[in-house]
Design a protein around this ligand. Structure first.
Ligand SMILES: [Zn+2]
Length: 677
């Protein structure tokens, strides 16, 4: 240890009695490398791995991955190299985006980007204790990478893998390019052969166990997937987060399919098999096919249909639907033609509708599953079949249930309620009324009866939803992931002025402002925007009650004399996500300066040319605000005193008189009449 450098000490804002705690971290990547990573990590390319972006003028727009939204408010600016969501307020640079999205630490986010943008990492020498500090999640991902490579190599190059695993895939008609693309593998059928190989390479038992790759009981160790062909599961960014294994011998004591257990990196309800390979095709075709198993996904890919994912290992969840919704609002469910498959697709439908997604169903012929079906015909025939048999959900459900009811009036009544339930969850009014019309025709029931039923069900759903939302809000408030930065005690009364000052410093920190006379030498010297603002703040001892803003002021001061310091990048990529969000907001928000300038009826054309006017005015605005606050605070104090405290009252009044003089002067400078009160 011993090399761990705290970036910030604990900072104590004595005036407001606020404490800000910044997690100290081990700085294991060399500063030059960090600069190179930040230069290389293009924001658009970084975000595009997770969000579909459409060009809008000079920016890109997409649906925010951090909150659920229907109209895109997530903006990415390639010029400024930042993202900003106008819905939930999150914002920052590429490093910050990866921290937030992948739940990585600052250092691990840098590692991620270094890998993605091929920047070689120069590490400061890292002793074993530092290595131990590394993010657990990243360690689990690294172990999973090793396992994927090991299994894949074993399948393709080792006799056992080739004879058993590879020949199994080939017998099923799987092409080699698909086997390689999906990184399929084979785990040796020798108790703990894989685990021993991993340990020998220096991977730790702890993470082999956590990922579920190895099972350990006392001193007995076994590979979870021994003797199985392996299907790696990828997250949106293409990292391996789990495995599925299929056994090839018939053994009633063992499950045919086995998945990795839930872990820090694998939450099965949030994962869709194949999403990494499907996401681009889904957004291009504006449609997602949903199948049941991973072999279904592989066969469809092989047939040339790539916009396909599987809800493998679970019945469909809301999180999975939301994952698809990032790329399209059209889901077509393709399920096995047997009774169980049909029942499963019926279960899925209401959930998909509830999320405001359009859903269609393709019933396959009896006894076929998407895997067998896709293998039995050409890609063109398969697509033709899908297009010809795609049925909207209401027809599908009604037809299925009508078959079951066989004109029994009691059964038919139940069927109507069932169909109405599905219609009631559709969020969009127009879509809902279209379905009611169609349903009325098919079931031979008057439309207004259906409307009444829909209303009844909707009312009940709303009530349940309120209860659910309350519960979720409560849970989220108790497990907030933000770092422990204290919230200001009261709203910041100077927020407009402070943001305007910050913005001007971020953009023009090292710009020349004007010449001033050096008091000691008598020489004229050029002063920079940043130095001028900071010295003005210092001279009057002005600070912010907002710990995030104050932290930025303090850091600017630390870098005041670095001519190459780039404050925009420094703060946009800051390891404190509150800092990066605030700064990104400032850099894209045109509103801030206009608030200040509208007051004076002035308007700005090329602000960098009139900095010598703007900057002193912003400072004066800020000082004026402080003076006013002080005056009203002192007046409040006086009103709380009794006549016996005359001495204190006189003292305060003297200060107030002085402050009012300052206020008048400042107001005059700013071209306004002093507000006398
Ligand atoms: Zn958002």
């Amino acid at each position: 240890m011993g090399k761990r450098l705290p970036i910030f000490p604990y900072i104590n804002f004595s005036e407001a009695n606020l404490m800000i705690e910044i997690t100290t971290f081990a700085f294991m990547i060399d500063q030059g490398t960090i600069e190179r990573i930040m230069d290389a990590a293009d924001i658009v390319e970084t975000v595009q791995d997770f969000v579909v972006l459409k060009r809008r003028g000079v920016n890109y727009l997409g649906n925010c991955p951090f909150h659920n939204e229907k109209t895109p408010s997530f903006t990415v600016s390639p010029a400024k190299q930042i993202y900003k969501c106008f819905g939930c307020g999150k914002g920052g640079g590429s490093v910050n985006f990866i921290m937030e999205h992948e739940h990585l630490s600052y250092v691990d986010a840098l590692r991620y980007l270094a890998k993605k943008f091929h920047v070689e990492i120069v590490e400061k020498e890292e002793d074993p204790a530092d290595a131990e500090q590394r993010n657990r999640r990243e360690s689990m991902l690294i172990v999973s990478d090793f396992a994927r490579d090991y299994f894949s190599n074993y399948l393709l190059n080792e006799p056992e893998g080739r004879n058993i695993g590879l020949s199994y895939f080939r017998e099923r008609g799987m092409r080699d390019d698909i086997i390689r693309k999906f990184q399929l593998g084979f785990c040796p059928d020798h108790k703990d052969q894989f685990t021993r190989a991993a340990l020998k390479q220096g991977y730790r038992m702890e993470f082999l166990e956590e990922t579920g790759l190895s099972i350990k009981r006392d001193d007995w160790i076994r590979d979870r997937f021994a003797g199985r062909v392996i299907f790696p599961f990828h997250n949106l960014a293409g990292r391996v987060i789990a495995f599925g294994g299929r056994i090839l011998v018939s053994d009633p004591k063992q499950a045919k399919y086995l998945n990795s257990p839930e872990s820090e990196i694998y939450h099965k309800s949030k994962v869709l098999y194949g999403i990494f390979y499907a996401k681009n095709a889904i957004s291009r075709s504006d449609k997602c096919y949903l199948v049941e198993g991973y072999t279904d996904v592989l066969s469809m890919h092989q047939a040339g249909i790539e916009n396909v994912v599987a809800s493998s290992g679970t019945s469909l969840t809301v999180e999975q639907i939301r994952l698809i919704k990032r790329f399209t609002s059209n889901i077509t469910i393709i399920y096995d033609g047997d009774q169980a498959g049909i029942k499963a697709s019926l279960r899925g439908i209401d959930m998909v509708l509830e999320e405001g997604v359009n859903v269609k169903v393709v019933p396959l012929p009896d006894g076929e599953d998407p895997d067998s079906f896709a293998r039995s015909m050409s890609a063109t025939d398969l697509l033709a079949y899908i297009n010809a048999h795609e049925t909207d959900f209401i027809r599908f459900k009604t037809r299925m249930l009508l078959n079951e009811s066989e004109n029994d009036p009691v059964v038919k009544a139940r069927l109507i309620i069932d169909v109405v339930k599905s219609i009631a969850v559709i969020p969009d009014n127009i879509t809902r009324s279209v379905y009611i019309k169609e349903c009325s025709k098919m079931l031979d029931v008057a439309e207004d009866i259906l409307y009444t039923e829909v209303r009844k069900i909707k009312y009940k759903i709303t009530e349940e939803q309120i209860v659910r939302e309350k519960r979720e809000a409560l849970r989220e408030s108790t497990q907030s992931s933000q770092r422990p930065v204290s919230v200001p005690l009261a709203a910041n009364p100077c927020v407009t002025e402070e943001k305007a000052l910050l913005r001007i410093m971020l953009r023009y920190f090292n710009n020349d402002l004007f010449k001033v006379e050096n008091e000691e030498t008598g020489q004229e010297e050029m002063v920079k925007v940043g130095s001028y603002v900071l010295s003005e703040l210092e001279a009057d001892n002005l600070s912010s009650v907002d710990p995030v803003i104050q932290l930025i002021f303090d850091e600017l001061r630390e870098h005041e004399h670095e001519s190459l310091f780039n404050p925009e990048r420094h703060f946009v990529q800051h390891e404190n996500t509150q800092v990066s969000s605030l700064v990104s907001g400032l850099l894209v928000d045109k509103h801030i300066e206009s608030v200040i300038w509208k007051r004076k009826g002035a308007f700005v054309e090329d602000e960098h040319e009139i900095l010598f006017v703007i900057v002193p005015k912003l400072i004066e605005e800020y000082k004026l605000r402080h003076v006013k606050l002080l005056i009203s605070a002192l007046m409040g104090k006086i009103s709380g005193l009794s006549s016996s405290d005359m001495e204190k009252i006189l003292e305060y009044q003297a200060v107030i008189t002085n402050l009012k003089r300052v206020e008048k002067e400042l107001s005059k400078k700013l071209g306004r009449r002093a507000i006398t009160s």
